[in-house]
Ligand binder design. Structure first.
Ligand code: NAG
Ligand code: NAG
Length: 477
């Protein structure tokens, strides 16, 4: 009896290092880049009472929202469905004990969870990308939280609002959820001002010169490629492969499908354990998170100079709106302009505002530096599901608050917490600063550069026609 116990104990020690159960982890790593659940994103940072600005009254609110959690995108389906076969192979590996040369493995309860995992038949490609019911409910809750915080401007009067949204299923469902949260009634039954404005909310869809220079430019992914070709990254893939019982490296696509399934599961139901997360250590998850930060930093952030130009449309919309409210005798309508858009747009807008700017650029080589480890550019923090950016215009009574010397102030909130901007105090900026800094961006905001390449083509085409016309008399002679 004692011997048996001792034997079990020895086994536990031998296997102890790598066999801890990740599904039982009390403090799992849940920052999953653009597929992070809202509640995990700023965990531990309380929603503050920053909106109570002594001596000031909120006049107007401008807000940009990302949709809640959604079904996999159409282009993710095939990869995710392959996990069904892949899972069977992992289970076979475990049954056959394919671990001769390694002590990397998942614990039995993690393996059992994986074995029981099945493709959810609810996931049908006809509904690819649609908001989930969890995404719907979290959006309603968020609307209620905003209304509770700003009852004076988020009123029951529909004329106080203007909604702008992207023309897709996900954004219009988000709009429905949000307005239901605000008015406790179906938006369809309410006569509410709404417009779909793709050029404002997705300018990058209409900007060939940006697409060529940034989105489709292979150089944009240079730093990501450098990171993924590091020895450390390759070793991670090797470790994950061995942990699943393969003695060859699994494909990049499989790795990403597992990662996506893990993070979707945790976003669809934050209380559930995803068996796919057990394939990764915390360090693996942090590397995958960094890889996505590198990608977004160059595609939508400070990494590419053109992003500054294209990110201005949201800032311009905000400034146009606030300018209609400043220096008016009576309150203006609407008091709330609320956008529904996607992660790319939020990232571009934050970047145009100069928020979350790191002292040094993020690169494929500097993962282990302090700048990268405590980076401000973090997609998990900036664009989880239901991400939001709000700017609230306040009118203050002069001299009522000794720290406030401007009659108007603007409070910036990111995911309901004060957004750090260098020239402001805990997200609160004087109107003179906002007017100068963001007014300049707004006034210079035009997307003329977008068709730059086309214009050159147009001119040269015109040139040829002109030249031909001029030549015509000689040719006819
Ligand atoms: C997906 O949904 C469509 C429409 O509801 C249905 O016709 C189709 O059979 C479903 N496909 C699968 C694989 O369940
Ligand atoms: C791979 O696993 C070994 C343990 O077998 C560990 O020492 C090493 O740090 C791991 N490497 C990475 C990049 O995760």
């Amino acid at each position: 009896m004692r011997l048996a116990l001792l034997f079990a104990l020895c086994l536990a020690i031998v296997h102890g290092q790598e066999e801890s159960c990740r599904s039982g982890d009390e403090d799992p790593y849940l920052l999953f880049g653009t597929k992070t659940a809202y509640t995990f994103s700023n965990k531990g940072i309380p929603v503050s009472r920053a909106h109570d600005v002594p001596g000031c009254q909120p006049l107007a609110i401008w807000m940009m929202n990302r949709h809640g959690s959604h079904n996999p995108e159409a282009d993710e389906f095939a990869g995710l469905q392959k996990l069904v076969m892949f899972k069977n192979n992992v289970i076979i590996n475990y049954r056959n004990g394919n671990f001769r040369n390694t002590n990397l493995r998942m614990c039995m309860s993690d393996v059992n969870l994986l074995e029981r995992w099945e493709w959810n038949p609810r996931l049908n490609i006809s509904y690819a990308g649609d908001l989930t019911s969890d995404g719907y409910i979290s959006t309603q809750h968020l609307a209620q939280a905003w209304k509770y915080r700003f009852p004076g401007i988020l009123t029951d009067n529909v004329h106080d609002y203007l909604f702008k949204y992207v023309n897709d299923e996900r954004s219009s469902t988000t709009f429905r959820a949000f307005t239901e949260g605000l008015f406790s009634a179906q938006a369809d039954n309410i006569d509410i001002s709404k417009e779909s404005d793709e050029k404002l909310l997705r300018p990058y869809k209409f900007c060939p010169s940006w697409s060529t220079d940034v989105e489709e430019n292979a150089d944009t992914l240079t730093q990501l490629n450098i990171f993924e070709s590091k020895q450390e990254y390759k070793e991670m893939i090797n470790n994950i492969s061995r942990r699943l019982g393969f003695n060859y490296d699994i494909e990049h696509e499989t790795l990403h499908s597992m990662y996506d399934m893990c993070r979707y599961n945790k976003a669809w139901d934050v209380t559930q354990i995803s068996p796919w997360c057990a394939a990764f250590t915390k360090d693996d998850l942090k590397r995958l998170e960094y890889a996505e930060d590198l990608m977004t930093y160059y595609k939508y952030g400070y990494g590419s100079p053109k992003n500054q130009e294209i990110g201005c449309t949201g800032v311009k919309d905000m400034m146009d709106f606030f300018r209609t409210h400043v220096d008016k005798e009576t309150p203006q309508q609407p008091r709330a302009v609320i956008h529904f858009t996607e992660a790319q747009m939020l990232l571009l807008t934050l970047q145009a505002l100069g928020a979350r700017r790191d002292l040094a650029p993020l690169t494929g080589d500097n993962y282990h530096t302090a700048v990268a480890q405590s980076r401000k550019w973090s997609t998990s923090a900036m664009t989880p599901f239901n991400a939001n950016l709000a700017a609230v215009l306040y009118k203050c009574t002069p001299n009522s608050n000794f720290q406030i010397n401007d009659q108007y102030q603007v409070l910036f909130l990111e995911n309901e917490r004060p957004l750090y901007l260098e020239e402001c105090r805990v997200g609160l900026c004087s109107w003179s600063f906002v007017k100068n800094r963001f007014g300049l961006i707004a006034d210079n905001c035009n997307l003329k550069f977008c068709n730059g390449a086309d214009k050159v083509k147009g001119i040269s085409f015109l040139g040829i026609v002109l030249a031909l016309l001029l030549e015509l008399p000689t040719l006819l002679n």
